[in-house]
Design a binder for this molecule. Structure first.
Ligand code: UTP
Length: 297
């Protein structure tokens, strides 16, 4: 019987420079898509996939994120008094139970691999998930849930993968595919941010992972990779040589890169259009804007 995946690491210690000056005081993960911070989408996805322990790797300046997960008894009381039951239910749904959330600190932004390594003592010897909250995925079955189902068959390491155009591959970790089985591919290697024209495939890794504890041991070596950072991709790829297979999983759903401004704006529009209370007003506004744009051309 495979060990169940019940722990997830959320690395949120990056500097978020692409959103400066906002990220001078607001952690990127607290920025809101419609009315919920990015991190809430990540928590909901993890919980739906059966995750019970939520481990955040944070850094200086992220206290707003820790505060977000505190209960708000005064606010709850106020909403109750005002009879705002729906809002109260929404608020309560974002509460975390005592003890299900833990924070560890990454003292220096040395890379995603290093951030994950910082949580090693809370993982011990079991498989675990990693979720990057700035990759938001709209899907009928949440992406991590799809992956856990596939992982129960395969074991090993599993990364979420999606096809990208060749000119975009150098922004991602890219899989070198040994065997393509449809939604699952087996990798013979992985390259982080390959130089233009050298990517081994068009399958890019995005921010969902299910990893074996051996990856944490690989990270112990602290090898720096692309951009001088300690890369998670490299530590996962090392496992292939140790006979722990690595699989890419082509998830069903739409991924938004909310770490970039254009991606964040696209996600805002898509998530707002998916809401009954906003769709009509926003859609007619967008139609108007498009008309104006056409007229101006
Ligand atoms: P990004 O590459 O998006 O970096 O990190 P960033 O610092 O968040 O943003 P920019 O590029 O400066 O705008 C991907 C994920 O890895 C985490 C980030 O918090 C984000 O969730 N990360 C990255 C860490 O936790 N620590 C690091 O040292 C680097």
């Amino acid at each position: 019987m495979r060990k169940k995946v019940t722990k997830a690491i959320f690395p949120v210690a990056g500097l978020g420079t692409r959103f400066l000056p906002a990220t001078k005081s607001v952690p990127k993960e607290i920025m809101t898509l419609v009315d919920r911070p990015l991190v809430q989408y990540a928590i909901d996805e993890a919980r739906e996939a059966g995750i019970k322990e939520f481990i955040f790797v944070t850094s200086r300046g992220k206290t707003a994120l820790e505060d977000y997960f505190d209960h708000a008894p005064m606010l709850e009381q106020q909403l109750k008094k005002q009879g705002k039951e729906a809002l109260l239910a929404e608020l309560k749904a974002s509460n975390m139970d005592s003890g299900e959330i833990a924070y560890v600190r990454q003292h220096k932004a040395l890379g995603l691999g290093h951030a994950v390594w910082c949580a090693r003592r809370l993982i011990a010897n079991e498989p675990f998930a990693v979720i990057l909250p700035d990759d938001v995925i709209a899907a009928e079955t949440p992406c991590l849930g799809q992956m856990i189902e596939a992982y129960e068959e395969t074991g090993g390491n599993m990364v979420a993968a999606m096809e990208v155009p060749p000119e975009k591959a150098s922004s991602y970790g890219v899989l070198d595919v040994a065997e393509d089985m449809g939604s699952v591919v087996r990798a013979r290697g992985m390259v982080e941010k390959p130089e233009l024209g050298t990517a081994p495939s068009n399958l890019a890794v995005i921010g969902r992972y299910i990893l074996a504890p051996s990856v944490l041991r690989n990270l112990n070596r602290m090898r720096s990779g692309a951009g001088g950072e300690i890369q998670l991709t490299d530590a996962i790829a090392e496992d292939i040589a140790n006979d722990v297979p690595v699989y890419g999983y082509r998830f069903r759903g739409q991924r938004f890169d909310c770490g970039s401004k254009a991606g964040f704006l696209q996600a805002t529009v898509a998530f707002a259009l998916a809401r009954d209370d906003l769709r009509e007003e926003l859609a007619s506004y967008l139609a108007e804007v498009v008309q104006l744009g056409k007229a101006a051309q």
